[in-house]
Ligand binder design. Structure first.
Ligand SMILES: [Zn+2]
Length: 308
């Protein structure tokens, strides 16, 4: 992937971000800065799963949304973000992007990243698939995002290998945070960063917008900074988003937008005594089947346990 292309993209984003901030005025939250994250040789970030994070100053947050787009809730999230001039990263499901291409395209046009989260969001997780089936699902999802959100032309034939696909946002989040050594190596070999998250809103659990706001603000105040995970297909999250962004503004938080940059990182190491919270959940699951003919288990929901 060409450095110049990403440099140009970052410059363009910085310029539009500055323009947006000027347009929005000081009463809006705004996007305070663009953080370049190099993915060369792979990257593992997100303290819930990995012992490293994207460096953030006190009161800086990165906003991420999984499992969209959704025709009912994603437009509400996009409006809330636009109203406050903030940019986010959507880890989209390929088949949903294929079903709602205009919405995925709108995410890009409004300055957000559309990053990768598989094609089918397999249940229980990718770890229950063969290596080749898992790779195929991931690649199919990436192609859907590149074609429908970013407008890449695959009319001459879709790439059959990740190495032949140029990703606008080379960021992947594992469904259920359930990674495998094989897939981590595959992503590293192809310069794709693996994003966990530093904090989450536990919004896979139904709750009122008020309850969710209290939960996420409590966790954020304790941590002071971090990459936050929401789900843009959850009605309570979509309903909460305007109040949440207003609360960030009120409490002096600043939003950082992540884009792909040259090289690797930067990252910051987890504090001493760090443990993987998601590891105990995903570790309790059965490992990948060696034999592709083995019967598939489930389906059953696998969700990280909420932790205060
Ligand atoms: Zn997901």
């Amino acid at each position: 992937m060409a450095f110049s292309r990403f440099a140009a993209l970052a410059l363009a984003l910085a310029a539009t971000s500055a323009a947006a901030a000027a347009e929005c005025g000081p009463d809006k939250l705004g996007t305070s800065r663009i953080a370049e994250v190099g993915t060369k040789g792979g990257l593992l970030v997100g303290l819930k799963t990995y012992p490293a994070a994207i460096p953030l100053a006190d009161h800086e947050v990165i906003l991420t949304f999984d499992d969209g787009p959704d025709e009912r809730t994603t437009p509400l999230v996009l409006k809330a973000l636009a109203d406050q001039c903030v940019r986010a990263t959507f880890f989209a499901i390929g088949r949903k992007v294929e079903a709602l291409p205009a919405l995925a395209r709108r995410e890009v046009e409004e300055g957000h990243n559309v990053a990768h989260h598989t094609y089918t969001h397999p249940q229980p997780t990718l770890t229950f698939m063969t290596e080749s089936a898992a790779r195929a699902d991931i690649l199919k999802g990436m192609i859907a995002v590149e074609r429908d959100a970013y407008g890449q032309d695959f009319s001459a034939g879709e790439p059959t290998d990740l190495g032949k696909l140029e990703l606008h946002a080379p960021f992947f989040r594992f469904p259920g945070f359930a990674d495998t050594a094989d897939l981590r190596t595959w992503f590293a070999d192809n310069n794709v960063a693996i994003f966990g998250t530093d904090l989450w809103a536990s919004d896979w659990i139904p709750m009122t917008p008020g309850e969710e706001l209290k939960l996420i603000m409590g966790r954020l105040e304790k941590a002071g900074r971090g990459m936050l995970l929401f789900h843009d297909n959850r009605p309570w999250t979509a309903a909460m988003m305007p109040a949440f962004l207003a609360e960030l503004k009120k409490r002096g938080y600043r939003v950082v937008h992540v884009v792909a940059g040259p090289g690797t990182g930067p990252t910051v190491a987890a504090p001493p005594g760090w443990i993987s919270e998601t590891g105990r959940v995903t570790g309790a699951l059965k490992p990948r089947f060696d034999n592709s003919a083995a019967p598939a288990p489930g389906p059953f929901a696998v969700k990280p346990a909420p932790v205060e």
